[in-house]
Design a protein around this ligand. Sequence first.
Ligand SMILES: Cc1cc2nc3c(=O)[nH]c(=O)nc-3n(C[C@H](O)[C@H](O)[C@H](O)COP(=O)(O)O)c2cc1C
Length: 352
Amino acid sequence: MDDNIEARKTEHIKIAENEQVTSERNFWDDIRLVHQAIPDFDFDSIVTKASFLGKNFSFPVVISSMTGGTERARNINRNLAAMAERFHIPMGVGSMRACIQNHSLSETYSVINGFKIPAKFANIGAPQLVDQSKPAFSDADIEYAFNLIGADFLIVHFNFLQEMVQPEGDHNAKGIFRRLKELAASYPVIAKETGNGFSREAALELKDAGVKAIDVGGLGGTSFAAIEYYRAKNSGETEKMLSGKTFWNWGVPSPASVVYCSDLLPVIGSGGLRNGQDLGKALMLGASLGGFARSLLASADSSVESLEREISQIIRDLKITMFLTGAKDISELRKIRRIIYEPLKSWIDAYE
Ligand SMILES: Cc1cc2nc3c(=O)[nH]c(=O)nc-3n(C[C@H](O)[C@H](O)[C@H](O)COP(=O)(O)O)c2cc1C
């Protein structure tokens, strides 16, 4: 199966850049922040510094885990790393399965070590914590991935919807929780979803397992059911293609997931963030940081200059959002007035 990883990574990037792969609704649009016409402070005095699990960053932005394992991915990781250094923000690499199974691909991840990044996230998949058609990752495999990039945190990503709809997906989830607990005793683990979000129940379990933080990766942005729909369509696997279609819009909306999780553990708000205003909404709901994936992909794939423009724009629009809501720093952003529309309102009310 590992022979296919490189082809799969390339296909994911191609499809994510060129096809319509987002869920039908972006739930950040269900939130409106109340405009305050009289800010009474200097725009240039706005403080955007953020901290997360003992690390300090210049901006509350995470470059979310995306890729590795191919030459194209190496370039993307290098550009992302250059901007993580430039803006003093944290970044993740994509699933490190490819380099665990084939060490000759390691440089496509460790390329980020050439940059001064304030926090690096290693990344492994929850399905690889238990035996599938291949044996589970060993302690040595995980240590290898963690050390390869000099990681500060270990992301364990949960992507069971994707596994269900992808042609070569892993189906066994039995024993993952026990293994996650073991890992959380040895590493600072961040549990991350990849577009379907965490419920309150899942967040309680993750806290119990000892994970240090949650990256909600909720519904509203990139849909892996959609990405796998296109892959299954291309490979003529009708059943998986139809499942991809059926589950295209499945999951817990990102903003609701932030609300469900953020009184339990530090949270990265992610899934569908497109700009600095969406980021402001995630922080307002209680996220410590906001994670951007697909909205940075095309520019990361094209040039470091276009990626720099993209991130500068996000930061500028976050600051405008703060100015126009009267928030001088991130903690004040938490107190601003908001209006929450349906259907997000019902998702949030369901747990109150
Ligand atoms: C091309 C691509 C590859 C991704 N690969 C990974 C991965 O290897 N590991 C992971 O944890 N998440 C991965 N993700 C998921 C993102 O980190 C993120 O959780 C998800 O895309 C939702 O964010 P978005 O709406 O900003 O894209 C990937 C996303 C994209 C677009």
